[in-house]
Write a protein that binds this ligand. Structure first.
Ligand SMILES: NC(=O)c1ccc[n+]([C@@H]2O[C@H](COP(=O)([O-])OP(=O)(O)OC[C@H]3O[C@@H](n4cnc5c(N)ncnc54)[C@H](O)[C@@H]3O)[C@@H](O)[C@H]2O)c1
Length: 317
C-alpha cells in the first residue's frame, strides 16, 4: 500500500514515516517544513516540499497513493488564541484542499490526527468519544471542524476515514540513522521540558492545589510508537465508507509530579521545579477512555511513562 504522510517531517509524522517504511509500506511525504525538519526524511523517499494551501503540491503528492495519514497542521494552543485565522487557514482550509484533491485523485482512505482538545473541559473522566465536544481554544475548534468536515465527506463522497483523538503524545523512536524525537520550537510539552529543566530555568508546575492526590494536574500520555501502530491498525479498518472516531491515550493518568519523579529516576538527578499559579482553562484531570480503540482497532498501548521519559532522554543525548 502506498501511503501519503502529510506532516511527515514533524515529530509524529517523521516517526510514522520511519515505522511504516520499515514495515513495507511505500511512503510519500507532503510537508512545508514550517515546524518540521527536512533532515528527518530518509533518502530515496518521495518528498514534496509543499503546502496544504497549494493545490498543485497536493496533487503531486497524491500521485499513485492509496491512502493518506493526515498529520500536517498547526498545533500550539497559545498560538491559536493569538492567531485564530492562521489555524483556520492551515488546519481547516488546508484540510478542505486535501479532501478536494483526494476526491479528484480517487484516494478514498484517510486517517486524521484529531485531538483531545475537541472535548474541552469534560464533565466526566475518563473521556469517551460520545462526550460533548466543547473546545476551549481555536486549535481544538479547528480539529473539531475538520472532524465534522470528514464526516460530511464520508457521507457525500464515500470517503472511508478514521479520526484519532490523541491525548498527550510523548517519547521518541530510534531509527538506524539515529533518534527521531520532538524538536518543537517553542516546546510546550511537559516531558521534554522536564528533561531540559535547569536551576536557572526550572520547569514550572501550574497549580499545586488541584483536587488530585498530589495536588498537580493529571494528564494522559501515549508513546509515539504505540500511537503510530494505532494508525496502521486504523488503516486496516478502512474498507467500506464512513467515519469513525477513536481516542488514543494510555487510559491512565499521570500527575505532573509523577512525570517529574519518572524523569528523576531516568536521569538519576533532582529536577529543578518552580511552583506557579494555575493557568486559566486547565482542567484538573484529562484521561482518555480507550475502550473503543481496544475493541475496534484491536489496539492497546504497550509502553508506559518510564519508556516515554527514557526514550526522550536518550534522544537528547
Ligand atoms: N504532539 C501531540 O501531543 C499531539 C496531540 C494531539 C494532536 N496532535 C496532532 O498531531 C499532528 C502532528 O503533531 P506533531 O506534534 O508531530 O506536530 P509537528 O508540528 O511536529 O508536525 C506538524 C507538521 O505539519 C507540517 N505543516 C504545517 N503546516 C503545513 C502546511 N500548510 N502544509 C504542509 N505541511 C504543513 C509542519 O511542517 C510539521 O512537519 C498535528 O496535527 C497535531 O495537531 C499532536
Amino acid at each position: 500500500m502506498h501511503v501519503l504522510i502529510t506532516g511527515g517531517t514533524g515529530y509524529i509524522g517523521s516517526i510514522a514515516v520511519e515505522i511504516m517504511r520499515t514495515q513495507g509500506f511505500e511512503v510519500s511525504i507532503l510537508d512545508d517544513c514550517s515546524t518540521g525538519h527536512a533532515d528527518s526524511v530518509p533518502t530515496g523517499l518521495r518528498f514534496v516540499a509543499g503546502s496544504l494551501l497549494v493545490r498543485a503540491d497536493i496533487d503531486q503528492a497524491l500521485e499513485g497513493v492509496d491512502a493518506v495519514l493526515h498529520f500536517a497542521g498547526k498545533s500550539l494552543v497559545g498560538e491559536s488564541v493569538e492567531k485564530p485565522e492562521l489555524y483556520q487557514r492551515i488546519n481547516v482550509d488546508g484540510t478542505r484542499n486535501l479532501l478536494d484533491a483526494m476526491k479528484s485523485a480517487h484516494v478514498m482512505k484517510m486517517v486524521f490526527s484529531s485531538s483531545a482538545a475537541t472535548y474541552g473541559e469534560p464533565k466526566e473522566v475518563p473521556i469517551r468519544e460520545s462526550a460533548a465536544t466543547l473546545p476551549t481554544n481555536p486549535y481544538g475548534a479547528t480539529k473539531l471542524a475538520i472532524d465534522h468536515m470528514i464526516t460530511a465527506e464520508s457521507k457525500t463522497h464515500h470517503l472511508s476515514a478514521v479520526s484519532l483523538r490523541y491525548f498527550n503524545v510523548a517519547g521518541a523512536h530510534k531509527a538506524e540513522r539515529g533518534w527521531l524525537s520532538e524538536r518543537h520550537n517553542p516546546e510546550t510539552h511537559l516531558i521534554p521540558n522536564v528533561l531540559r529543566s535547569t536551576p536557572n530555568n526550572p520547569v514550572r508546575i501550574f497549580g499545586t492545589d488541584w483536587q488530585t492526590p498530589d495536588g498537580t494536574c493529571i494528564r494522559d500520555y501515549v508513546h509515539v510508537v504505540d500511537l503510530v501502530n494505532a494508525h496502521i491498525k486504523a488503516l486496516e479498518t478502512l474498507t467500506g465508507t464512513g467515519h469513525e472516531i477513536y481516542n488514543l491515550g494510555s487510559g491512565t493518568g499521570y500527575s505532573v509530579r509523577q512525570v517529574i519523579a519518572a524523569a528523576e529516576k531516568a536521569t538519576g538527578q533532582a529536577i529543578p521545579t518552580q511552583d506557579s499559579p494555575r493557568r486559566d482553562g486547565d482542567p484538573a484531570v484529562l484521561v482518555a477512555d480507550i475502550s473503543r480503540a481496544k475493541q475496534y482497532l484491536q489496539w492497546e498501548p504497550s509502553l508506559g511513562i518510564e519508556e516515554m521519559v527514557a526514550d526522550t532522554l536518550q534522544s537528547f543525548q
